[in-house]
Write a protein that binds this ligand. Structure first.
Ligand SMILES: *[C@@H]1O[C@H](CO)[C@@H](O)[C@H](O)[C@H]1NC(C)=O
Ligand SMILES: *[C@@H]1O[C@H](CO)[C@@H](O)[C@H](O)[C@H]1NC(C)=O
Ligand SMILES: *[C@@H]1O[C@H](CO)[C@@H](O)[C@H](O)[C@H]1NC(C)=O
Length: 385
């Protein structure tokens, strides 16, 4: 089932004088291919992921494992819309730390969370606009069946509501508070794993906030309401001795966020606007009058979806159904094969006659030839198919 070829779009690309050097004679699709290993593609992928992380208020910073696919739609003076598919890995930095993914470490293989993001990214180099129009990601934890086979003694994920997890959180936070002048209380547990060492050991990560409690009452008000603003992330562990239950080892470290305030401007923050007085004259162009003037959404939107490990999925009722996409990521600002206008006038800061066109997200079958690119970590356990 080939793509419906919008003749009008082909004509638009050609007549706008943006015929790129890489494009062969009559192209069936207005989308250009790129190598997923080209330095330009990787540089833009860096911006894309940075903006995705910056837009989030929950979860851990994602790092780029590889560019899985990239397509570009050049649209004359308006610039280009890129359709990116990125294979990502979770790091151990919380998004509220606002740290760049490059300065964060990915998790150990046995506790990996990996997945795929799709993003639609607008670039107008002349006006220095780099704008994340939309994204969606799907993540899963690494297969524990495969990990246990490789490393039976490695730590494995633990349920966030397990009593032992709760105990590790309260004990390690009490330990932190006993050494700190300010007192903190729990906002939310974000991660937990366990391992048999000299007995059960639990490793936890949790968000904290400044506690209004006096030192003497610290244990009675350990839990803050979950809508309080987190000021930092703690990593703690509690290791008990199998033979002597009173013997325990508590370890804790906390990192405080530079600013707890989400990026100023909220949803608009990812728009990187150039100087307003760029004296670039917009030539009048033939406007596609056939298109309705209903702009697609102009603010970045996106979500991270966390699914269970593929282990759990396989044991389910997948029989009878066709092959199920392992990392389903939907990102369609339109379903119209001819495309739809995407309103970027608020970025251009002046009325524009032309309209940027957004197409349905290109399917996997249309992948660029030199894609996916090389992976930072090529272990098949953490690469989406
Ligand atoms: C974000 O952009 C929209 C659309 O231009 C605008 O109406 C809104 O005021 C902006 N919000 C902020 C917080 O700047
Ligand atoms: C993003 O994914 C959600 C489902 O997780 C879906 O409802 C939404 O429409 C997607 N966004 C876009 C722009 O396709
Ligand atoms: C990707 O590019 C780098 C540097 O340009 C090069 O060293 C490397 O061999 C390339 N890898 C692949 C798989 O093409």
């Amino acid at each position: 089932m080939g793509l419906l070829l919008p003749l009008a779009l082909c004509a638009l690309v050609v007549c706008c004088g943006a015929a790129p050097p890489t494009q062969q004679a009559p192209s069936p699709s207005p989308l250009l291919s790129h190598s997923c290993n080209s330095s330009y593609v990787l540089e833009v992928a860096n911006f894309v992921l940075q903006d995705i992380n910056r837009n989030r208020k929950d979860g851990y910073v994602l790092s780029l494992n590889r560019v899985s696919d990239v397509r570009e739609h050049r649209q004359g003076d308006l610039g280009s819309l890129f359709y990116y598919t990125l294979d990502v890995l979770e790091t151990d930095c919380h998004v509220l730390s606002r740290r760049s993914w490059k300065s964060c470490s990915v998790r150990y293989l046995h506790l990996s969370v990996y997945g795929q993001c799709k993003a639609i990214f607008y670039i107008n180099e002349a006006r220095r606009i780099f704008y994340l129009a939309a994204y969606n990601c799907t993540l899963r934890p690494v297969s524990q069946l495969a990990i246990v086979r490789m490393c039976p003694d490695c730590p494995g994920p633990a349920g966030l509501s397990e009593p032992r997890v709760w105990e590790a959180v309260t004990e390690s936070l009490a330990e932190y508070n006993s050494r700190s002048t300010s007192k903190y209380s729990l906002v939310k547990i974000t991660k937990a794993s366990s391992q048999w060492v000299t007995g059960p050991a639990y490793f936890v990560e949790y968000l904290i906030t400044e506690s209004p409690c006096a030192i003497s009452q610290a244990s009675s008000c350990a839990l803050q309401s979950s809508d309080s603003v987190p000021v930092g992330l703690c990593k703690g562990s509690l290791n008990r001795n199998e033979d002597d239950d009173t013997e325990k080892l508590v370890w804790v470290t906390c990192e405080f966020f530079k600013s707890q305030v989400p990026t100023p401007g909220g949803q608009n923050a990812t728009a990187n606007q150039g100087p307003t007085n760029l004296p670039k004259e917009e030539e009048p162009r033939q406007k596609n009058t056939a298109r309705a003037d209903s702009p697609a959404k102009a603010v970045p939107e996106g979500a991270i979806r966390c699914l269970p490990s593929l282990d759990d999925e396989d044991s389910g009722q997948s029989q009878g159904k066709g092959p199920v996409e392992a990392f389903p990521v939907q990102l369609d600002l339109t379903t119209n094969p001819q495309g739809e206008p995407l309103d970027v006038s608020f970025l251009l800061l002046k009325p524009v006659e032309e309209e940027l066109v957004v197409l349905p997200f290109p399917s996997k079958e249309q992948r660029s030839a030199e894609c996916p690119g090389p992976a930072q970590n090529a272990n098949p356990l953490i690469l989406p198919p």
